[in-house]
Ligand binder design. Structure first.
Ligand code: AHR
Length: 539
């Protein structure tokens, strides 16, 4: 096939096309040349990469800053619309994007959390101190409130069990309270607290970042704890179908040591069998949240390439220790997002602005996760409300959706579909990161196929700061041809644009527009710094 490659020489992203006739580095950043603003994506409809787990589009919540108190919980006496104290409009916002899974109660908070503090009559719950995030904890939002929130939002609950300062006994009791279907005192307590039926919560993470805030374990020690917790939690789950996530790490050889320690134990494969997901976390940074330079812009987006390497490394380790003996272990990227410089404690801890740049980063990460097909079993962006790269921020009775929320909205059509290869041929840009120089394609893409509707969903990101990108879209395989469809566009005049309480719709929900393109290939233009979500009918 006569494919053009558009790699090579670039001008600085902040320079005009006319000023960028040849390769030019700009503070370590090399951005694409405008006249090379053409790319190609070939959607190989008959090359499936596995089913995309809807949980990739999941969320993370923690008792931190205004995430739970303010974001999820306002209390039944509040004038802010609520359902038994649960904030209505944030629930509706998550429901609208079909939030598949919500992780709770942390984060670092999880390994300090004692679930019994958060059940029963609220006036009797103890007031405790949030050790990690420096604020009083009323315990008004606990297990039943979390489960009710998830149920209203239509999401699966994903618990994180306290390993660092908790015990197997405490964790088993929590499982009994949530999922127990025997006539135990804890099941009776659950009934007395308003929920006679077992909740049947499926997802349970055994600790959080146990190499750090979750107890400063070494991998061997954590593995032994994992074996203990998972053995008894599985028993306590009874008939409920549960899955466990183990704490992994992308650095060093934690994951190897974890698996090796499990394999050295008696009943080795029994322990490996109880690792359904391996949890890893990744936070991005790239200068200030809003007043970032063009260099910062490219650095942030390029760092998705670093995550790609870490996921490959994690997948390789999983394969080494599990194949061909056991069932596949999914990768749970259950904390990810941009972490801009912000204050670490109090009611506004880790509250940060969210610009279009963050939404582009999210789109590029989600394309990356899709490209791993069924290997990614869970993804939870950090954190859902008022903290880090949130979906929405609240202030008093106001709520504002972030640009990142709209990215999640655009990716919905991929949920549960078959990922197919999207081969990209694109100009590239380079950035110098902490770990060295990295080259990334300006076009980020992923594709999925809905065989029932005979529809292809294609999400495209033009990461060029100032130039549009002309993309030749080719559909290969299955004898398929595009026969019209729709598209949605997420962009804004300035990549530093954001929504605020005063101007909540600077970046609003992208409207769905008709797309008339047809045939086995057609040309599509993406504006600078934009995300497009195409839905193509297959003729
Ligand atoms: O999301 C903020 C913190 O980042 C979480 O509590 C912790 O797990 C991670 O280090």
């Amino acid at each position: 096939m006569n494919r053009r490659r558009f790699l090579g020489t670039f001008g600085a992203g902040s320079l005009s096309a006319a000023m960028a006739p040849r390769a030019k580095a700009w503070h370590g950043i090399v951005a694409p040349r405008a006249e090379q603003g053409r790319a190609r994506v070939t959607v190989v409809a008959d090359e499936p990469l596995g089913t995309l787990n809807p949980n990739i589009l999941g969320h993370f919540t923690e008792h931190l800053g205004g995430c739970v108190y303010g974001g999820m919980w306002v209390g039944p006496d509040s004038s802010i619309p609520n359902d038994h104290g649960l904030r209505k409009y944030t629930i509706e916002a998550l429901k609208k994007i079909h939030a598949p899974i919500i992780r709770w109660p942390g984060g670092c908070f999880a390994d300090t959390y004692h679930w019994r503090d958060g059940i029963g009559p609220r006036e009797k719950r103890p007031k405790t101190w949030n050790l990690w995030w420096g604020r009083e904890e009323s315990n008004a939002f606990g297990t039943d409130e979390f489960l009710a929130y998830c149920q209203l939002a239509g999401a699966s609950p994903y618990f994180c069990v306290n390993v660092g300062s908790g015990t197997v006994e405490e964790a088993v009791a929590w499982m009994d309270y949530v999922n127990g279907d025997h006539a135990t005192s804890l099941a009776e307590l659950r009934a007395a607290n308003g929920h006679p039926q077992a909740y049947g919560a499926k997802y349970w993470s055994i600790g959080n970042e146990n190499w750090g805030c979750g107890g400063n374990f070494d991998a061997e020690d954590y593995a032994r704890h994992y074996a203990d917790f998972s053995t008894y939690l599985e028993k306590a789950a009874g008939k409920s179908k549960v899955e466990f996530a183990a704490c992994g790490d992308t650095r060093g050889d934690w994951n190897q040591k974890f698996f090796e320690t499990l394999l050295r134990r008696p009943e080795a494969y029994g322990h490996i069998r109880r690792v359904h997901h391996l949890s890893i976390h990744h936070y991005f940074s790239g200068g200030p949240a809003v007043k970032f330079t063009d260099d910062d812009y490219y650095r942030l987006l390029a760092s998705v390439g670093h995550l790609e390497g870490l996921i490959r490394k994690t997948a390789g380790t999983i394969d080494t220790y599990t194949e061909p003996q056991g069932p596949a272990i999914g990768i749970a990227l259950d904390e990810w997002g941009v972490w801009h410089p912000s204050a670490g404690e109090g009611p506004d801890a880790l509250l940060q602005p969210n610009t279009l740049r963050d939404a582009l980063l999210a789109a590029s990460v989600l394309n990356l996760l899709n490209s791993f097909g069924s290997r990614i079993s869970i993804g939870c962006i950090a954190q859902t409300f008022n903290v880090l790269q949130s979906m929405a921020n609240t202030r008093g009775s106001q709520m504002v959706l972030t640009p990142t929320y709209h990215t999640f909205d655009l990716f919905q059509p991929h949920m549960g579909q078959t990922c197919v290869r999207a081969a990209v041929d694109s100009p590239t840009f380079e950035a110098t990161l902490e770990h060295g120089k990295i080259t990334r394609e300006v076009l980020s893409a992923s594709a999925s196929l809905d065989p029932v509707k005979r529809e292809i969903s294609l999400t495209l990101v033009n990461q060029h700061l100032i130039e549009p990108l002309e993309v030749e879209i080719e559909i290969a395989g299955l004898g398929a041809r595009a026969a019209g469809g729709t598209y949605r566009e997420l962009t804004s005049r300035d990549v530093r644009d954001q929504n605020s309480f005063d101007e909540p719709n600077v970046i609003s929900s992208p409207a769905e527009k008709p797309l008339s393109a047809s045939g086995a290939s057609f040309t599509w233009t993406l504006p600078a710094h934009s995300v497009h979500a195409l839905r193509l009918n297959l003729g």
